[in-house]
Design a protein around this ligand. Structure first.
Ligand code: ATR
Length: 258
């Protein structure tokens, strides 16, 4: 869709690499004259980080690379576009990040990738809460930024967050990633669920019932992280507004069929 829009003729296809063979698969692909770059998905984002030359701060913070780009010299650069994808999707939805208190639930790879882009977008603070607190502490100390702190998952109300981002997979099993009671949502303007399904997740529905004005799922983040990768490869920025709608239609139709 991006290539059609900007008049590029590209081939973008899936390559299934063996679990212990990422580097060989990446090298074989990138050795082709016409190869410009590729996206990398689970479980290879750490392998890609170790394989590529990484200057991108988000990729360094996440220790994970989702986009590879081959330079003319043959050197391979690694980026992480997930966090930029999240920030751009928030901005597209009219959410102000600047000076806001952001609560990030979860401390896995998905959480790590969004920390530096959220800070860059001007968040006043970024508080991490996770079911296993020690993991949140690890992630926060790796970021070594005083704006990044940790709170116990039972104490999130004390943060009075303006924005809550769920980076856990809890929504896939219709579980809440954290409690929404006891005043947690008193100042909350937006909840963001990185999961996307054909209908709002329980986290989004419950937040709406409790009066949170805006609930957003992760489909726009998916499209925006892809748009950022496309920009890295082509230096052309697609207009994503219509594409998010088209991808949502495709997701809805395919879920109806299954
Ligand atoms: P990813 O790389 O996609 O973020 P991950 O590294 O497996 O995946 O991390 C999953 C995150 O979701 C973790 O923070 C996990 O919490 P734990 O560290 O305590 O395992 C969190 N998580 C997964 N399922 C959850 C659930 N049902 N409720 C709350 N947190 C959950």
């Amino acid at each position: 869709m991006f290539a059609d829009q900007v008049g590029e003729n590209i081939s973008y296809e899936k390559i299934l690499a063996p679990e212990d063979g990422f580097i060989e698969a990446a090298k074989a692909f990138l050795a082709q004259d016409e190869a410009v770059g590729c996206n990398v998905t689970m479980p290879f984002k750490l392998d890609a980080f170790n394989f590529a030359k990484v200057d991108d701060q988000a990729a360094k913070d996440a220790q994970a690379v989702n986009t590879l780009m081959k330079r003319e010299s043959g050197e391979v650069l690694g980026y992480n576009t997930d966090g930029v994808g999240l920030v751009n999707d928030l901005l597209n939805n009219g959410v102000e990040i600047k000076d806001k208190r952001v609560l990030l639930i979860g401390a896995g790879g998905a959480a790590r990738g969004v920390i530096s882009p959220l800070l860059k977008a001007g968040a006043a603070s970024l508080i991490i809460a996770n079911r296993t607190k020690a993991k949140a502490e690890e992630v926060a100390s790796a970021s070594s930024n005083p704006k990044v702190q940790v709170v116990a998952i039972e104490d999130i109300a004390s943060i009075a967050p303006h924005i809550i981002i769920n980076s856990t997979a809890a929504s896939l099993s219709e579980e809440l990633p954290c409690s929404l009671s006891d005043g947690v949502l008193k100042h909350c303007e937006v909840v963001y669920d990185m999961v996307y399904k054909n209908s709002p997740t329980r986290f989004m529905r419950d937040a709406a019932e409790l009066g949170v004005k805006t609930q957003i799922d992760g489909l726009g983040m998916l499209v925006e992280q892809a748009a950022e990768a496309f920009y890295i490869w082509t230096q052309k920025r697609p207009d994503t507004s219509d594409i998010v709608k088209r991808v949502r239609d495709i997701v809805e139709q395919s879920e109806k069929r299954n």
